[in-house]
Design a protein around this ligand. Structure first.
Ligand code: NZQ
Ligand code: ZN
Length: 386
């Protein structure tokens, strides 16, 4: 294990009915003006919005709405939200949605506290916000684990960068798995694959040798695989959804990352693909992961073989270490297909090679895994994804 500092996490209210417990216990800590922020309107159709409003009214709050937060939220939307927060003198932001809504609110919360442009501050000046409008997160679609940390992924359309920003950490997060029953199955699966990707990108970081974080991680990966299969079989069963919701939180609450340098190379590539195509995050990752791993596994054969054994149950003693490693990557690819996730960019409507060159050239390169890529190698990987 490397040296680490363990940070605080949001207080978590988990399970059916958690929203009522959370709002009745937490609202007293904040002023009267509450901004309820959400996306394209799913929460108005499934009743979550009405429940939020009723509970906030019981707490005598003045409610303001901020809606239309899109998937892959833009920096322009952050500015719109921050302006509203300042104008209405908002005391508390309640983000109600998936990763996109929660991410957007984290950065709104920071931008509303400064006159400086947060993008310039973070990306050019490497200064990070320290003051925030307090916020809470109500998860309606799980997968990103955004509710557990202070990272946000924001698309700046002007500069064509989908970049990681630091924003507020929610004071508390509400994880009620019944809220996810109305999420379309394709999103349930792409969200869960995002969780799986977070676990893998952490597992294949350094150190690669045995450590407790990786052993916990193997359990999370196995649990995610099992419950993705179950949720497809039993879409109305809350149980697999509740497991996936906690897998998602566990993958991003920092526990699996303790003592490790994470990789997140697949994410860096996918984020730039998102900046150019606005594609679904989990689907982009599903196409990239097997191709990326076929490119790099030879530099980390032992870890990839361990992944094959511990996550995919490949225990054939006749296989060499390298063959075992390959079988693990092929098991991942087969699972992606089994789950109905896309296996090529073409299936996602992405075919423009010139655009992929720009994606490759603008992708951050990480050094967390077993091989540090070049921009040309990333381009080769992207071409293989077509
Ligand atoms: O906008 P509405 O109408 O609410 O519909 C949403 C959206 O269309 C829908 N939805 C959410 N809850 C629902 C529901 N539909 C029916 N019933 C419900 N209960 O689901 C769709 C997708 O929502 P979105 O929030 O975009 O998805 P997700 O949670 O996958 O978030 C994706 C964003 O998070 C970023 C991604 O890059 C992407 O921008 N990520 C954030 C991370 C973080 N902060 O830690 C880590 C991740 O790696 C990721 O990059
Ligand atoms: Zn992700």
């Amino acid at each position: 294990m490397n040296k680490f500092v363990m940070n605080r996490m949001p207080k978590v209210y988990f399970g059916e009915g958690a929203l009522k417990d959370a709002l009745t216990q937490e609202c007293q800590h904040y002023g009267e003006n509450v901004l309820v922020a959400y996306g394209g309107g799913s929460i108005k159709k499934n009743g979550i919005f009405d429940e939020v409003v009723r509970l906030l009214q019981e707490q005598k709050k003045n409610i303001y709405e901020f809606n239309g937060i899109m998937s892959n939220p833009t920096y322009a939307k952050v500015q719109e939200g921050a302006k509203l927060v300042k104008e209405k003198k908002i005391d508390f932001i309640l983000a109600v949605g998936g990763g996109s809504v929660i991410d957007c609110c984290k950065v709104i919360s920071a931008q509303a506290k400064t006159r400086d442009d947060l993008w310039t501050m973070e990306f050019d000046e490497k200064r990070f916000p320290s003051q925030f409008i307090p916020m809470g997160a109500v998860v309606t679609a799980s997968g990103t684990g955004s509710e557990m940390n202070n990272g946000a992924v924001i698309t700046n359309e002007e500069v064509k960068i989908k970049g990681g920003m630091l924003g507020a950490l929610a004071d508390f997060s509400v994880l009620d798995p019944t809220y996810t029953l109305t999420v379309p199955m394709a999103q349930v699966i792409s969200g869960a694959f995002d969780t799986f990707s977070h676990a893998m990108e952490t597992y294949f970081g350094q150190p690669a040798q045995n450590n407790v974080s990786d052993e916990i991680n193997e359990s999370i990966m196995r649990n995610t695989i099992r419950n993705m299969r179950e949720v497809v079989q039993n879409p109305q069963d809350v149980k697999p959804r509740s497991e996936l919701m906690w897998d998602s939180a566990m993958a991003e609450n920092g526990i699996l990352k303790l003592g490790k340098v994470t990789d997140f190379q697949a994410h860096q590539i996918e984020h730039q693909l998102g900046a150019y195509t606005n594609c679904n995050h989990g689907q982009g990752l599903a196409v990239i992961h097997p191709v990326l791993y076929r490119h790099i596994y030879k530099n980390g054969i032992e870890k990839f073989a361990r992944y094959a054994r511990e996550v995919w149950g490949i225990h054939d003693t006749k296989l060499s270490l390298e063959e075992t490693a390959q079988k693990g990557i092929e098991a991942l690819a087969a699972f992606i297909q089994e789950m109905g996730l896309p296996t090529t960019f073409t299936q996602m409507g992405i075919t423009d090679k010139e655009m992929l060159r720009k994606v490759a050239d603008s992708s951050n390169i990480t050094a967390g895994c077993c091989k540090k890529l070049t921009h040309d190698e990333i381009y080769d990987i992207l071409l293989e994804c077509l």
